[in-house]
Design a protein. Structure first.
Lengths: 152, 282
């Protein structure tokens, strides 16, 4: 089937198998490999992208479902310079191996779009669907706080 | 993991979805948020030749108040329920419960209608629909019919929705002087209910005149516990009455047992969470 999706501000038209998952569409058809496949079972959040601004798990959506919609991946979060969230993860040591980081950042971007100054509890609750197997959660929370402060 | 081969169809209206269902019959499945269906397709637990996407149908997307009722469209997401000021005001245990489902990403996609027709025994909504005495509207080729929540849930993954039909909305009566609460003992990773207790009480001058108490996760089929309700109705609503009503919870019910919780532990947690839910109302 033909799909037409706005990915990171660019209109993309592709002919895909109907069963293609969004995460594979992004990684394999568009070479946007910043979005990771982690658990592949809707648990870990490594594949999180924004669908019309809302965080979703791209391993649990068909690319067909987002035909005509707007997708933002980690690659489209900012133009050239680091986004405050990316900068926060760097400054606050919010990543160790880095595998979960794109998903953590995209879910945090959804949070900060709805809540400009989240407290620690709100950040932790918002990131419930994102697992860091290095268990670096404390610094991830600090990184989100850093970004929230920078963005005000 | 990738689903087996399928053809994706997007329905533009309820009638369009019903026409596609009629055309493809058993080979088709409705797709809403897809957060139960797509994992099952990826694991090849289910295979369908056709998926009919109903998530873009505007008629299924609204939450409204009509003549003493709240009407929630089947395609409303858990996240939209969390943020609905109408529901926070009129039916507060709905947004509370929605906020306990999965995580932010799951709530942004999963729909109330999808969860209700899936009828997973550990899903939260069935308990709330029973406690709220919801009426579920199902549409088929020959028109709409209303089914009470009590008659809707038939058993494990089984509901009153027949082949060729779809759930379109959920209607909940609103009355004065009610207080509601939902609390659950959840599986820590999936956040599915091991025990979920939904309570909707009418309290007038310190007396409970009407109680509706229902459970998710406890039995293969969600249920109202009429013995607990009877132990509360017509009596002063206080800590002693709550303790004695909660001790009756889930007696005589066939209780599930799995690697998360044995039958005896689940029964005990049902009583504990009944007490906590009612105390939260007190």
């Amino acid at each position: 089937m033909k799909v037409s999706v706005n990915v990171n501000g660019r209109q993309v038209d592709r002919d895909i198998e109907d069963r293609t998952l969004l995460v594979h569409f992004l990684r394999e058809d568009l070479n946007l490999t910043g979005t990771h496949v982690g658990c592949d079972t809707s648990g870990c959040g490594a594949c999180t992208v924004l669908l019309n601004g809302n965080a979703v798990k791209s391993c649990t959506l068909l690319a067909a479902q987002v035909d005509g919609e707007k997708i933002t991946t980690i690659e489209g979060l900012s133009n050239g310079e680091l986004h405050p969230l990316q900068e926060g993860f760097k400054e606050e040591h919010g990543l160790q191996c880095g595998f979960c980081t794109p998903g953590m950042i995209m879910t945090s971007a959804d949070l900060l779009s709805r809540n400009k100054q989240p407290n620690e509890q709100e950040i932790r609750e918002a990131l419930e669907g994102n697992f860091c197997r290095c268990t670096g959660y404390h610094n991830i929370v600090r990184a989100v706080k850093y970004a929230a402060e920078k963005m005000t | 993991m990738i689903p087996s081969n399928l053809t994706y169809k997007r329905a533009s209206s309820i009638d369009d979805a019903l026409a596609l269902l009629k055309e493809y019959g058993d080979d088709a499945r409705l797709l809403a948020g897809g957060h139960s269906l797509i994992p099952a397709l990826k694991l090849r637990l289910n295979e369908y030749d056709y998926l009919i996407d109903i998530s873009k149908i505007p008629e299924l997307k609204s939450i409204s108040e009509e003549q003493g009722h709240i009407v929630i469209g089947a395609g409303v997401t858990h996240g939209e329920i969390v943020n609905s000021s109408l529901l926070k005001d009129k039916l507060s245990f709905f947004p509370e419960a929605a906020d306990l489902i999965g995580d932010v990403q799951v709530r942004n996609m999963g729909t109330i209608g999808g969860s209700v027709v899936h009828a997973d025994p550990a899903a939260d909504w069935p308990a709330l629909l029973l406690a709220a005495e919801a009426v579920i509207t199902i549409k088929g080729e020959s028109g709409s019919r209303d089914v009470s929540a009590e008659d809707f849930f038939l058993g494990l993954f089984q509901t009153a929705v027949e082949d060729g039909e779809m759930l379109t909305s959920i209607k909940i009566p609103i009355s004065a002087n009610t207080k509601s609460k939902y609390q659950k003992f959840m599986q820590p990773a999936s956040r599915f209910a091991i025990v979920g207790c939904a309570a909707l009480l009418t309290i007038e001058n310190g007396t409970c005149s009407k109680a509706r108490i229902a459970y998710a996760g406890v039995s293969a089929k969600p249920f109202r516990d009429k013995k607990v309700e009877a132990a509360l109705e017509g009596k002063a609503f206080n800590a002693d009455q709550i303790a004695s009503a909660a001790s009756l919870a889930a007696e005589g019910v066939s209780i599930m047992s799995d690697h998360f919780a044995s039958e005896a532990y689940r029964l005990q947690m049902t009583k504990v969470f009944t007490k906590r839910t009612l105390e939260a109302i007190l």
